[in-house]
Design a binder for this molecule. Structure first.
Ligand SMILES: *Cc1c(COP(=O)(O)O)cnc(C)c1O
Length: 240
C-alpha cells in the first residue's frame, strides 16, 4: 500500500476542518461554553485510506468508524490517528475492537459492557478502557442503546464493570429536516447525564452528540464530542 498523500486534498481538508471548527466555536460562544471543550471526531466510514491520510495530515486526527472490519482494513494504512468506534459492536468482535480503537462510543447494553469488561480484565496490566454508554434517548425501536429509564437501574451492574473507564454518554439524534428539532434529544441527554452523575460519580462528563446536520445545536446543548462525517468528507455512496 502506498502511503502517498495528495497535497490538494490536504488543503481541501484543512479548509473543511477550519469551517467546521469555526461553526463549533460560534455555537459554543452562543451557549457561553469553551470551544476547547468540544472534540471533533471525523467520521470516516466508507472513506478510503488514502483520503483519510490526507484528512489526518490536515489535523483531523480523531476518526470515527462504525464497523470493526472496515477500521481493521484501513487503520494499518493510516498513521497518527486515534480511532473511535461509533457503530454497533457484536460481541464476537469485541476483542478485536479493543485492540483497534482508542474509545468505544457505542456500548449499547449490559451484555456488551460485561463482555468488554471481562476482556480488558484478562489483559495483563491493562488500563481501564475508555467507553461511552449509548442511550436511545428517543426510544426509537430502530436504534440501539439503553432506554433512558433503564439506565438508572443498570448503574450497579455498570459500576461492577471496573475495567471500563466510562467517560460519558453518547446518542444518535433522530433524522430531522430542521436541526432545531434535534434539540430536545440533545437536551434530554445532557439532563440525563446530570442526573446519573449525581447517583454515580464514576460516570464521566462526556456527551457525544451531533452529526453533520445538527452538530451546532448539539454544541449549544452541551456536546463535548461531535461526530461529523459528510460535512468533512462529502456525501457517502448511497448503499449503506
Ligand atoms: C455516520 C455516523 C455519523 C456521521 O454522520 P454524518 O451525517 O455524515 O455527519 C455520526 N455518528 C454515527 C454513529 C454514524 O454512524
Amino acid at each position: 500500500m502506498g502511503q502517498s498523500v495528495d497535497r490538494d486534498e490536504v488543503e481541501r481538508f484543512r479548509d473543511a476542518r477550519d469551517a467546521v471548527l469555526s461553526r463549533i466555536e460560534a455555537a459554543a460562544r452562543r451557549a457561553g461554553r469553551d470551544p476547547g471543550r468540544v472534540t471533533l471526531v471525523a467520521v470516516s466510514k466508507t472513506v478510503p485510506a488514502a483520503r483519510i491520510r490526507a484528512a489526518v495530515e490536515a489535523g483531523l486526527d480523531v476518526l470515527g468508524e462504525n464497523r470493526v472490519q472496515e477500521a481493521e482494513a484501513k487503520s494499518p494504512d493510516v498513521a497518527g490517528a486515534a480511532w473511535h468506534l461509533v457503530g454497533p459492536l457484536q460481541s464476537n468482535k469485541a476483542r478485536r475492537a479493543l485492540g483497534l480503537f482508542a474509545m468505544i462510543q457505542s456500548v449499547h447494553d449490559l451484555d456488551l459492557a460485561r463482555r468488554l469488561d471481562r476482556l480488558v480484565r484478562d489483559e495483563p496490566g491493562g488500563a481501564p478502557f475508555p467507553v461511552l454508554v449509548q442511550v436511545n434517548v428517543d426510544r426509537d425501536p430502530a436504534k440501539a442503546g439503553f432506554d433512558p429509564d433503564a439506565l438508572a437501574a443498570a448503574l450497579p451492574e455498570l459500576d461492577a464493570c471496573g475495567a471500563l473507564d466510562v467517560r460519558g454518554l453518547m446518542t444518535i439524534g433522530r433524522a430531522v429536516a430542521d436541526p432545531d428539532d434535534a434539540r430536545p434529544t440533545f437536551a434530554a441527554l445532557r439532563e440525563l447525564s446530570g442526573r446519573l452523575r449525581r447517583q454515580w460519580p464514576r460516570l464521566g462528563p462526556e456527551l457525544s452528540m451531533g452529526m453533520s446536520d445538527d452538530f451546532e445545536v448539539a454544541v449549544e446543548e452541551g456536546a463535548t464530542i461531535v461526530r461529523v462525517g459528510r460535512a468533512l468528507f462529502g456525501e457517502r455512496p448511497p448503499t449503506r
